[in-house]
Design a protein around this ligand. Sequence first.
Ligand code: GRG
Length: 295
Amino acid sequence: MAEPGMELMRLRAARVEDYLGFCLRDRAIPERLLTAMEYSLLAGGKRLRPVLCLSCAALCGLKEAEALPFAAAIELIHTYSLIHDDLPAMDNDDLRRGRPTNHKAFDEATAILAGDGLLTEAFVCMAGTGLPPERVLAALGELARAAGAAGMVGGQMLDMEYTGASAADVETLAAMHARKTGALLKASCVCGGLLAGAGGEAVAALARYGTTFGAVFQIVDDILDVTGTAEQLGKTPGKDAAQGKLTYPSLLGLERSRALALEQAGRAQSSLDAFSGPDAEFLRKLALRQVERIA
Ligand code: GRG
């Protein structure tokens, strides 16, 4: 049965899905590499980041179709990060999006290249966004900083350094996740506003929403790693504890982690107080929906 208030999620995710299905097709990519890239890209992710981008763009008055190539670029970058995160040198995982990880289905070298290919092809998508160049450039800079060495890649580095560490606190954990997972979620929202040519106040509100949304997402992800099943998650549960990862449940316990997720979801919702209409309603609901995943 359709979930009330989530129709826009289904509609926009389906639009992203269609676009991803053909966007790499006319780029003369060698066959095995294209197969490996699409194996992970078209494996049925939730498309949360591109939907955030399209929704924040729509909230600021842009037609969805105009933000679609850029939104797709974000999903390409997200998928590359998952492929590389699963590699034996990183998290060494066998299952992702409900199927064998890229290096298991192909081989390690191909998986590295599939990730590299997705990351770089994302820039082709961004460059093909037919909006005023100054808007595209602003969004491109935002996304590159979020995905780069001071953002997601840097967060992954810190995560590796903290693994097995005993004396960390919640602030350290939150700062690491703000880079590793949060930066791309936040950029997805901010880029929607930038592509729409939104003003500073609106973009700042989207940044607050994206930051708090990212915090909720990560706390929930940590909790689900403890409480979820492989069928529910599409990936191997229990890996954080097995690898001695620093997580919210390991520092705060499940109960306090749940309370923190709910508190952050409330903050995400109130970040959008200045907005009204179906897109604002949907984004508020989407923040709460993350917490409902652990109810
Ligand atoms: C290897 C450069 C590099 C970076 C890796 C984000 C990241 C950094 C790795 C992902 C590892 C991971 C499982 C992090 C937890 C949060 C997360 C990103 C979960 C997956 O995102 P979803 O739930 O997945 O949106 P789908 O498959 O629905 O897109």
